[in-house]
Design a protein. Structure first.
Length: 99
């Protein structure tokens, strides 16, 4: 379940010296794999992710909200050389723009 995923991500972050994990950004089956946790540069989508807390100002987002996911992903990858993305999971969401 969800708690098992969170615990697995925590353990894997500690093992691989990663500081952020997330789900696959796309629900397209062509972009999902059953047995892969990506460690490459890519977007950690804001719909669900976890991180190990670091109090480092240069990792904070400074641009507007629509770019926050990309900015966060790039900043963390540039610092650590790794982001964990669980390619077998994606969230089902409904985007609601403000009126």
């Amino acid at each position: 379940g969800l708690m098992a995923l969170i615990h697995h991500a925590h353990d894997l972050m500690s093992k691989e010296d990663a500081y952020i994990w997330g789900l696959n950004a796309s629900p397209n089956p062509m972009n999902m794999t059953v047995d892969n946790i990506s460690r490459r540069n890519g977007m950690v989508n804001g719909f669900m992710y976890g991180y190990r807390v670091r109090h480092e100002d240069h990792l904070k987002s400074i641009f507007c909200s629509p770019t926050e996911d990309v900015e966060r992903s790039c900043r963390v990858f540039a610092k650590d050389g790794i982001v964990l993305r669980y390619s077998m999971y994606c969230a089902r969401t409904i985007f609601k723009a403000p009126d």
